[in-house]
Design a protein around this ligand. Structure first.
Ligand code: NAP
Length: 542
């Protein structure tokens, strides 16, 4: 069979996913003049911000650094109302962007992709949807999301529960009246911590089931006034320039003095100040050594432990809320608003699952090895099959029919987190081993979309119909990702960043998967720039 001509295919390019990445990608692709569509599994756009409607869901990036930077007009027209804005406003923002650039015309909703099959003779993909529809395209850009495959636990009896229950990702669209309800929240990651703090004073009784506590520090949110917003608009160039220079893609810059070159008193002064400042400053404006040196990390962790002790009335409860199996920042740090004070309320109970694990869910509630507690609502804040989960759900058959999920069985392998050898013409916006998961998400997303759009333009100008990461380039990148990981204490964490998930078969052991590029956003972006300026070195274009 010879190459299919463009006009024989339904589309030249298909973008999958209408989240932050897909929205910008469909703009760039259609700006190139390609005949393209965007397929979204949900009934509307927004991705993460469409789905996560649980009470308390909000940014922990400063809103104005989370927004897109690609259009001055966009920046001048949107007013962020809060420094860390909530899900409803975030979703409104994404709708505003899509409407402003008239992008809905390219989007098809309720289109869940079941499988994708590459034809290596004719150079095209066949995409099958779960409803039986089939379409063909030359290129695919996947914007599937890093945290879009929720993983409820696997407790016996979950279906028997006679009250209401859901995973936080599936919090209902219609308002839920929590007044007077006996509510269980299982899980204390970033999601659980947000929900718990938000609903504690709305519910009748709240029981928090915690298996391992997480380090957490105050978000310190506040409204953004008209004047402040005007100032932010004036400084947008400066703000984005700074974000581009910092490892996390935020405004926060690490303290360069050196942990051991200042006195303990000076360290405490810095931490006292950062604890009261907004956002991730407490993590990212800190001394670099807390990311790499056990001793420095232990001293800082003890400081945070003391702050927790000061906020929780009952010393025994406070100790249960302080992690002992990992130091601060070895797992993704959730930011909180009055989270620890929740445990001073008479209607809140903390159940320590490390002492009394859950045995089963009963028709009435939750049974641990200690007792059975009755509930009206059980909220599973139990996380996601992160990074590769959304890819694993689709049967992606590349060259010779090899399934991507088989290739990645022991961990993902990619070139720059953007392409995979053996899967030509398939590109990933926030793929495994990219910088998105370890930085302010949209800052790296924009970089990825810009890179992929330019790669497409470059390839089309050459009349190419097949672009693929070279196996050696992929090997080198995967090795580099592993080497960078080895430098940071983050490798010791047992969380989604290292590939652990007790609710996914084969991931319970916590054996490390290298799904995140940990070398910092500036290094990553410099690498993209180098590849781009070297005619997309490492990508075969023909
Ligand atoms: P997560 O960090 O993976 O936390 C899941 C929680 O559920 C953990 O406490 C875990 O305990 C617990 N858990 C899981 N299975 C359990 C089981 N079978 N029994 C008992 N406990 C169980 O998930 P997440 O909180 O949804 O957060 C995921 C990521 O989403 C975050 O790290 C962050 O990147 C992102 N996020 C961002 C924001 C934001 O502010 N922008 C908000 C929410 C989430 P163990 O620790 O013991 O496994």
């Amino acid at each position: 069979m010879k190459r299919k001509a463009q006009e024989e295919l339904d589309y030249e390019a298909v973008v999958i996913g209408a989240g932050v990445g897909g929205i910008y990608q469909i703009k760039r692709i259609t700006d190139l003049g390609l005949r393209a569509t965007l397929l979204e599994a949900d009934e509307d756009l927004g991705g993460t911000w469409y789905r996560n409607r649980y009470p308390g869901a909000r940014f922990d990036s400063e809103s104005y650094t989370y927004g897109y930077s690609f259009s001055k007009e966009l920046l001048s027209e949107w007013h962020w109302k809060e420094r860390f804005s909530g899900q409803p406003e975030n979703l409104r923002y994404l709708n505003f962007v899509a409407d402003k650039f008239d992008l809905r015309q390219y989007m098809q909703f309720n289109c869940r992709v079941a499988s994708m099959e590459w034809d290596d003779d004719a150079h095209f993909w066949t995409i099958s949807l779960t409803d039986g529809r089939v379409l063909t395209t030359r290129f695919i850009v996947a914007g599937l999301g890093l945290l879009s495959t929720p993983t409820p636990p696997r407790f016996e009896g979950m279906e028997s529960f006679e009250g209401r229950s859901w995973h936080t990702y599936h919090w209902p669209k219609e308002p839920v009246d929590l007044t007077g309800l006996r509510v269980a929240v299982i899980g204390t990651g970033a999601t659980g911590i947000q929900v718990i703090a938000e609903i504690a004073d709305q519910v009748g009784e709240l029981t928090v089931f915690q298996r391992r506590p997480n380090w957490s520090a105050p978000l310190n949110n506040s409204p953004i006034s008209e004047e402040e917003m005007a100032d932010i608009r004036d400084r947008y160039d400066e703000i984005y320039e700074l974000c581009a220079k910092t490892p996390g893609g935020f405004e926060h810059q690490p303290d360069r003095r050196g942990f051991w070159s200042v006195t303990e008193q000076e360290r405490i002064e810095l931490w006292d100040r950062l604890y009261d400042e907004p956002g991730f400053g407490i993590w990212l404006q800190n001394f670099a050594e807390i990311f790499t040196e056990e001793k420095a990390n232990a001293e800082f962790s003890e400081y945070i432990a003391d702050r927790i002790r000061q906020r929780v009335d009952d010393p025994a409860v406070a100790e249960k809320l302080i992690p002992t199996d990992h130091g601060f920042g070895m797992q993704r740090v959730p930011l909180e608003t009055n989270y620890f004070e929740v445990y001073n309320r008479p209607n809140v109970e903390l159940v320590d699952l490390s002492a009394h694990p859950i045995v089963r869910i009963t028709p009435n509630g939750v049974e641990t090895t200690e007792t059975e507690r009755p509930f009206d609502l059980i909220v599973y804040a139990t996380g996601f099959d992160a990074i590769t989960g959304a890819y694993d759900k689709i049967a992606i058959h590349g060259v010779d029919g090899v399934k991507l999920r088989d290739k990645w069985a022991d961990g993902p392998i990619t070139y720059l987190g953007l392409m995979v050898s053996g899967y030509p013409n398939l590109m990933m916006i926030a793929g495994p081993q990219g910088a998105s998961a370890s930085s302010n998400f949209p800052r790296s997303i924009e970089q990825a979309v810009n890179f992929l759009s330019e790669l497409l333009e470059f390839s089309l100008a050459k009349g190419a119909t097949r672009i693929e990461a070279a196996p050696e380039a992929e090997e080198e990148w995967t090795q580099h990702v592993q080497d960078m990981f080895a430098r940071f204490l983050l490798r010791k964490g047992k969380g989604w960043i290292t590939g652990y998930n007790s609710n996914v078969e084969g991931r319970e052991s916590g054996v490390q998967r290298y799904g995140v590029y940990n070398g910092g956003a500036p290094k990553y972006h410099a690498r993209l720039e180098a590849v781009r300026s070297n005619d997309f070195d490492g990508v075969s274009v023909r």
